[in-house]
Design a protein around this ligand. Sequence first.
Ligand SMILES: Nc1ncnc2c1ncn2[C@@H]1O[C@H](COP(=O)(O)OP(=O)(O)OP(=O)(O)O)[C@@H](O)[C@H]1O
Ligand SMILES: [Zn+2]
Length: 523
Amino acid sequence: MKKRIIFVLLCIFIALSVMSVLPLWGDTGIKSKLTSYDRILVIGITFVLFFYYNKLDHSPQYAHATINNDKKEKDQHNAEIFTKPKITFEDVAGLDEVKEELIEVIDFIKKTEKYKKMGAKIPKGILFYGPPGTGKTLLASAVAGETKSAFFSASGSEFVEKYVGVGAKRVRALFEKAKKEAPSVIFIDEIDAIGARRHLESNNEKDQTLNQLLVELDGFNTDQTVVVIGATNRLDLLDEALMRPGRFDRHMYIGNPSMKAREDILKVHTKNKPLSSEVSIADLAKKTHGMSGAHLSNIANEAAIIAVRENQEVISSKHFDLAIERVVAGLQVKNPNVLLKEKEIVSYHEAGHALIGKLLKTDMIQKVSIIPRGQALGYVLQMPQEDRYILTKDDLIKKMMVMLGGRASEEVVFNHLSTGAKDDLKKVTDLAAQMVCEYGMSDLGYISQEPSMIKSLSREINKEMNKIIDGCYKDTLETLKKNQNQLDIIATALMERETLSFDELNELLIEDRDTQEEKLAAV
Ligand SMILES: Nc1ncnc2c1ncn2[C@@H]1O[C@H](COP(=O)(O)OP(=O)(O)OP(=O)(O)O)[C@@H](O)[C@H]1O
Ligand SMILES: [Zn+2]
């Protein structure tokens, strides 16, 4: 834009200079109106504009606020081009825990001296991992924005060229430039394209590029404030060499947003849009379970487009609903009712785990959530109250009952068997196998089975494992049936709020106990 304005000005001044100098137009009036002082000024300005325009053409374009611009630039130029993002943490909604961790890194970049005096080393490599569209790129550029660092953004796939050695050379050039411009943040998206485990696929070019990256990471010292942030959707694919201490040793999970975070993200993306007063962002957050930040930004944009198409002055909830439908259709989920039903099933499944955990007083339940994480549709975060090295058979049985709580809950409420318990069943089976074969906790006796024996005894071992698991499952079912009231309470709260903390879970159950007691007292 700026370039275009300068270009137009330049053309005007060239024309003016020509008119004021050439005798051809001498009598048209312009030449006679200008004094020789004016003429020198006009020609001078023309020269300045010319040099300025020429310089613009060769210098890197500095960042404007949006990532899209960064991406465009990335496509047009090579990796050594940097920007100075104006994005800050305020533009990144949710992700509070990650932001908190990053604040430490930011402090490092801002006050390098303070840390150097103490002999502390700046964290070099940070790895963001998690599903697509959750704000990894946005967050990395916010780190640069917060610290006023130069931001170098590259994609792993850009480095993998057809010719051997080109990728490595480009990595070297990128780091060289970043060191020169320090403080700087290097962001490498899709780092798995170069950093995948080497035995997975042998490719000379990729190996050389990865080796160069490792050399660069090891190479720069603490005097150079260069932070490298890698991003991947697949942490499991990465080469261990890349994750060693001193390289990408800080891993941060960037997951799909919770309901509260979705509300915040929607607020960020509707900030400059005229909304009808009946639009409730909180309601929109409820309706967009399982969606990423990129989906939400898409929805806000689609809703605005639909409103314009309908010649409306403001965006109404109807427009948002249509936009959500469009994005959901893009996700290839058949219809929102399917989503809702699944949400109910996952809520009961997780509520089952949590309630059994609470009733049996096993490890402390820190958090129950139905926000998908990795392959899991929901999760229960448990934390042992103390480090324990010896567990009794009773402890193991309780653990197993908590693991089976999900499936049992689904059976109690929906009377079905679903695929949602796959991981739980695997864990239960492993534990039962250990109880029988390693800990001597079955009718096969107090013996530890040798691997060679396990094969020949497989039928007996299976029988014992089944006995243990079946017994646990029966008890779990009974317990849940007896406490179905509490199961309903937890599941309903999960459907509403999506995540329950330790305190919230306790509160719900205490409230329920109070109402039960009141009822009894009334009878
Ligand atoms: N937490 C968030 N706050 C505000 N906007 C967000 C957030 N997360 C995502 N977005 C929106 O989604 C867009 C895409 O996010 P971004 O490119 O950072 O995702 P990503 O995790 O890097 O995705 P990918 O893995 O596909 O590269 C952002 O430009 C922003 O508009
Ligand atoms: Zn489960």
